[in-house]
Design a protein around this ligand. Structure first.
Ligand SMILES: [Zn+2]
Length: 319
C-alpha cells in the first residue's frame, strides 16, 4: 500500500485545526500528552474488549466507515463493532472516543489521535465514525480517513516542529530512533513522517523480514507500506514495490533483531539513469523497517586533463 499526499487546500484546513489544538495546549514541547488533548477538546475515552463490552452497549442511529454509511436506524453499537471488526470509534453525541483494547497497545496512541481528529475536523462532524484496521492505517485512500490520518500525523509530530527536528541531520535510523524517543510515537509512524517530510528522493518500506518465510502463501506482506517522498514520486515513479523489495532482499542479512542492512544500492530513475541510495533496514522482531535515501548519481563526471569528462564508478559498486 502506498502513501499519498492530500491536496494543498485540505491539508491547510486540517493544519489550521491542529494548530488550534496545539495553541490551546499552550504550545507544549513533545511528546504530546493525549490526556491533555482530550481535556481541551472535552472528549471522553473508553476502552472496550470482547470481555468488557460495556462501553458499547449504546444505540446509535447511523454510522459511517469512511464514506460508507453502514446503517441508518437505531442499532446497538456492539453489533456494528462485532460485525465490522472495528478497532476504534468516535461517537459525536457522547463526545466519546472508544478504543479496542485487544489491538496492540502500541497502536492505541495512533487510533485515539485519529478519532480526536475526526472530532476536530468541521466537515467530519455529527457522524459516528467506526474504524477498521484498514481505515486506521495511514495509507487508507478513502478521503475522510486519509484526512483523519493526516491530522493524526500532524498532531502527534507537532506540525513543522518535526521537520525542524530532522532537518540538518542525516536521515538515518539513528535519527528515526532519536525522533521516536522525542515524539513518543511508534518507529513505524516516525519512519513514515520522516520520508514524507524529506525534500530529497526517499523511500520507506515496512513489511516482513526480507529473508523470512519464503512460502508466498504464508508470508506476511513484504511491503505492507510503501512510503515515498514527493521527489521520489516525481523522479522514480517506475520503482515498484517488488523491485525495491528485491534490492532490499539482496542486501539484507538473516539477523532476527536490530540492523539487518546498511549499504549503498542503485535504483534507476525515470530517465534511465542509475542513482545511488543509502539503504538501511532494521528488524524490530515483528517487521522490517527500511529506508532508502538518495546519495548521488552513479555517473560522476571527473575532469581529466585534455580529454574532457570521464565516467567514474565508485569502487564499492564495481563488485
Ligand atoms: Zn476514521
Amino acid at each position: 500500500m502506498r502513501n499519498r499526499f492530500l491536496d494543498e487546500r485540505t491539508a491547510r484546513d486540517i493544519d489550521t485545526m491542529v494548530a488550534k489544538i496545539l495553541r490551546g495546549l499552550g504550545s507544549p514541547e513533545p511528546p504530546l500528552i493525549l490526556d491533555h488533548v482530550r481535556a481541551l477538546q472535552k472528549l471522553d475515552r473508553h476502552y472496550y474488549s470482547s470481555v468488557d463490552d460495556g462501553p458499547l452497549r449504546e444505540f446509535v442511529s447511523r454510522a459511517y466507515i469512511g464514506t460508507k454509511q453502514v446503517f441508518s436506524r437505531p442499532t446497538l453499537i456492539l453489533d456494528v463493532v462485532r460485525k465490522r471488526s472495528l478497532k476504534a470509534l468516535y461517537l459525536p453525541d457522547r463526545r466519546r472516543v472508544l478504543i479496542d483494547s485487544s489491538q496492540p497497545k502500541l497502536n492505541w496512541r495512533w487510533s485515539e489521535t485519529h478519532e480526536i481528529i475526526h472530532d476536530g475536523i468541521p466537515w467530519h462532524q455529527e457522524t459516528m465514525f467506526g474504524d477498521t484496521e484498514y481505515t486506521l492505517s495511514p495509507d487508507c485512500h478513502e478521503q475522510i480517513e486519509a484526512e483523519a490520518n493526516y491530522g493524526a500525523g500532524r498532531l502527534l509530530f507537532f506540525q513543522e516542529k518535526f521537520r525542524e527536528f530532522v532537518s540538518g541531520s542525516e536521515p538515518t535510523f539513528e535519527l528515526i530512533k532519536a525522533a521516536t524517543k522525542r515524539y513518543g510515537n511508534t518507529m513505524t509512524s516516525t519512519l513514515w513522517r520522516l520520508v514524507e517530510v524529506l525534500d530529497i528522493p526517499a523511500l520507506g518500506i515496512v513489511g516482513a523480514h526480507p529473508r523470512g518465510n519464503t512460502d508466498p502463501n504464508r508470508a506476511a506482506p513484504q511491503c505492507r507500506y510503501f512510503i515515498r517522498s514527493r521527489t521520489f514520486i516525481e523522479r522514480f515513479a517506475n520503482v515498484t514495490e517488488d523491485a525495491a523489495c528485491e534490492v532490499l532482499r539482496a542486501h539484507a542479512s538473516s539477523r532476527r533483531g536490530g540492523p539487518i542492512a546498511n549499504d549503498e544500492v542503485i535504483l534507476v530513475d525515470d530517465r534511465g539513469e542509475q542513482q545511488i541510495f543509502h539503504l538501511e533496514s532494521f528488524y524490530n522482531g515483528h517487521e522490517a523497517l527500511t529506508i532508502f535515501v538518495l546519495k548521488r548519481s552513479v555517473l560522476v563526471r571527473m575532469p581529466v586533463s585534455g580529454i574532457g569528462n570521464q565516467i567514474n564508478v565508485p569502487s564499492r559498486l564495481r563488485r
